[in-house]
Design a protein around this ligand. Structure first.
Ligand SMILES: C[S@@+](CC[C@H](N)C(=O)[O-])C[C@H]1O[C@@H](n2cnc3c(N)ncnc32)[C@H](O)[C@@H]1O
Length: 234
């Protein structure tokens, strides 16, 4: 008889294959689509007609889902995808409300984002992931989530100290509008509790979500900040 953990892993692998096949069938460019679909179903992070920033957008499944969630074309809204790799917009499910930018999110500046919207975003998504897999995964994922926090709230998450801070172009009060939502991929491990605790300063509600479409052995979860609190006047 199989022991419990093996059964659980086997079931999760079957699910992963299922999402891969389902993405192909439905016309999404990757099974990552189902991660955002689940997040959206549970927490309504994207508003019809809203403005969405998607950090780490290649190959573009979240662009597809985000554009679908904006609703009909005449509702308006926009989706801006950013990736360090060459980006192209998937033709299926994306319309002219989607634009993309090839850039390292850690080096984004307010001036660059203001060219797309002068009044901020309703939703900031980060599915960014480093290309390595190893012992540093947790720290590297926190570095990228820290970048997303910085873009969204202006807060700098001090993980690597001054050297990292100097790389960031962001000194501002954040590009996420009050009431807006932030979703970040994070790997479970040392420092992640502190990170989600820190989010509570900025959001009315903070949740951690493990989605069904994540790979079987992955420690990945999504740290979700709902309802950005209005910035305090100094
Ligand atoms: C898991 S993939 C994202 C999948 C995407 N959400 C989708 O639905 O197709 C992670 C992406 O993060 C990008 N990435 C990693 N580091 C980045 C950085 N510093 N700035 C921008 N993008 C980055 C990678 O190039 C990669 O395309």
């Amino acid at each position: 008889m199989l022991s419990r953990p093996v059964v659980a892993a086997w079931t999760k692998q079957t699910l992963t294959d299922h999402f891969f096949k389902e993405a192909k069938k439905q016309g999404y460019v990757s099974r990552a689509a189902f991660k955002l679909i689940e997040i959206q179903k549970k927490h309504k992070v994207i508003k019809p007609g809203g403005k969405v920033l998607d950090l780490g957008c290649v190959p573009g499944a979240w662009l597809q889902v985000a554009c679908q969630q904006l609703g009909p074309r005449d509702r308006g809204g926009l989706v801006l995808g950013v990736d360090i790799q060459e980006v192209s917009i998937p033709p299926k499910f994306c319309d002219d409300r989607v634009s993309v930018l090839q850039a390292d999110a850690r080096l984004l500046t307010p001036e660059v984002l203001q060219a797309y919207t002068t009044d901020g975003f309703d939703t900031v998504l980060s599915d960014m992931l480093h290309f390595t897999s190893g012992v540093n995964d947790v720290e590297l994922s926190l570095e990228l989530a820290g970048t997303a926090m910085n873009v969204a709230t202006g807060h700098y998450y001090d993980l690597y100290g001054e050297a990292f801070e100097q790389q960031l172009g962001f000194k501002h009060s954040g590009f996420l509008r009050p009431g807006g939502n932030l979703v970040m991929k994070v790997y479970e491990g040392s420092g992640t509790q502190e990170f989600t605790k820190l989010m509570q300063q900025y959001f009315t509600k903070v949740v951690r979500l493990r989605v069904e479409a994540s790979r079987s052995m992955s420690r990945e979860f999504y740290a979700i900040g709902l309802g950005r609190k209005a910035a305090k006047k100094k």
